[in-house]
Ligand binder design. Structure first.
Ligand code: NG1
Length: 445
């Protein structure tokens, strides 16, 4: 048994498999202590993600390049003969809960972790027409192996995806992972988050030692183009968690979404065919810029007869920095394409330079950085052997990602930790971006 588990872990984590074994065994023991030792046991996992480049482009139908991490969420499950789902969590602050699988599942209290599982179950049941039946489950996502919450590494998508692959297998439907992406996105919508499609995509379709280049514009049949791009071998991708997560950023996020939509509404007067910023990607910025005001508001646009519907959290009179936000999205898409070319040709210096530029654009044009991240990125960019560094994820805290020559990794950590401690009076958390494959069944016992 543990031989099978060892091989499965090797396939997922490579050299990190040995460290994972005790974690998996502890989760299995806790499952049996909670639900009994008899009966089949399925172990699923879903990874967190880091985005190498391509920030806030996904919901504008642009390009992104994330990778799946070895920081992941395990979901251990045993089918039940009734329709009840019982979920426990190895972390005691996440209280156990139960619900019944159905096409309409009442949502739990706002912010309750179980809502991601309820959302996945409702969406899957509606889409497949095959209720999964009930199951007993245990979620294991504790530090240091789990996905840190609020660090911009997509812990909530990982939980949603873990629930979805569990439902898919236990219902015997076995949809391919690519078909689960949209369902996972809809499940997050059940919870109240309408983000882009990047997080679910990479959590489901990533390959180990590769980033996933994704074109977030679906084709006429609703399919997305993806390409696995090998990661550099001379450098390591190091992730530094600032440990800060600024509150109330969802409204700021929504204002950026609104600024992009305002840009589309304004550009449509000249380019009537466009639906997303992506559609003007081949135009020169110098042609687009005069068509976009520095600032406007939903109220002003409505007064001009330009309707911007359904942007939650964007008050009618809030200032929308349309020009700068659109410039970020337009230029970031170009940087992602440049990064793909740089990686294909092994040009690490070029990749790093694009990461630095992406950071400057995220800070100055999209305005999503914060003092803590500025200190981390500034310190990282001073170290010899660092090709590039940038904030990763939605912004306002969370993590930095840096592309560091393998031999410079120790100097990098020493210097960045020291500067961060001195200037911010707090510790940063360092870890290497060890990539893993997308979510799925690890082992059935
Ligand atoms: P994080 O970093 O997980 O909050 C968010 C969005 C992504 C993407 C990035 C910015 C959600 C669930 N995720 O990610 O789709 O837009 O910001 O690139 O909203």
């Amino acid at each position: 048994m543990s031989n099978d588990l060892g091989q499965a872990l090797e396939r997922i984590y490579g050299a990190g498999a040995t460290d994972q074994l005790a974690r998996y065994q502890a989760a299995m023991a806790q499952f049996q202590a909670t639900y009994g030792a008899h009966g089949p046991l399925y172990i699923f996992r879903a990874p967190g993600r880091v985005n190498l480049i391509g920030e806030h482009t996904d919901y504008n139908h642009g390009f992104v390049m994330p990778a799946a991490l070895d920081k992941d969420i395990l979901l251990l499950a045993r089918p039940r003969s009734d329709g009840a789902v019982n979920l426990a969590n190895v972390e005691s602050q996440f209280e156990p809960f139960s619900f019944t699988v159905a096409t309409e599942i009442p949502i739990g209290a706002p912010g309750h972790w179980g809502n991601y599982v309820r959302g996945a179950a409702q969406v899957f049941t509606q889409a497949s027409g095959r209720p999964s039946g009930g199951w007993d489950g245990l979620v294991a996502g504790a530090a240091p192996f789990g996905v840190p919450v609020g660090a911009g590494l997509s812990s909530s998508s990982a939980l949603t995806v873990a629930a979805m692959v569990t439902l898919n297998t236990l219902a015997g439907v076995q949809l391919p992972n690519a078909d689960l992406v949209q369902l996972c996105s809809d499940a997050e919508w059940y919870v109240g988050t309408r983000g882009g499609i990047m997080d679910q995509f990479v959590a489901l379709l990533a390959q180990r030692d590769h980033a996933l280049f994704l074109d977030c514009r679906p084709d006429a049949a609703g399919h997305f183009q993806t390409e696995a791009i090998p990661l550099p071998t001379t450098h390591r991708l190091l992730i530094v968690n600032s440990g800060v997560h600024h509150a109330n950023t969802r409204n700021e996020f929504n204002l950026r979404v609104a600024a992009g939509r305002a840009g589309v509404a304004l550009l449509r007067q000249t380019y009537p065919h466009i639906t997303h910023l992506r559609d003007v990607q081949t135009e020169d910025w110098a042609v687009l810029e005069p068509l976009l005001p520095e600032s406007t508001s939903v109220a002003e646009l409505n007064a001009q007869g330009l309707a911007l519907n359904d942007i939650p959290g964007a008050p009618a009179d809030a200032a929308l920095r349309v020009r700068a936000c659109c410039r970020h999205v337009w230029s970031e898409n170009r940087r992602v394409l440049g990064a793909v070319n740089a990686m294909r040709s092994g040009n690490v210096a070029q990749l790093g330079a694009l990461m630095n530029l992406a950071h400057a654009s995220a800070r100055d044009d999209y305005a999503i950085s914060c003092p803590e991240i500025e200190v981390l990125v500034g310190a990282a960019q001073q170290v010899d052997g660092v090709a590039g560094a940038r904030l990763t994820g939605a912004g306002w805290g969370g993590c930095m990602i840096a592309l560091v020559q393998t031999e410079a990794a120790t100097d990098f950590e020493t210097h960045v930790a020291q500067v961060y401690g001195q200037q911010m009076g707090r510790d940063a958390e360092f870890f290497a971006c060890q990539t893993t494959p997308g979510a799925g069944l690890v082992l059935q016992l």
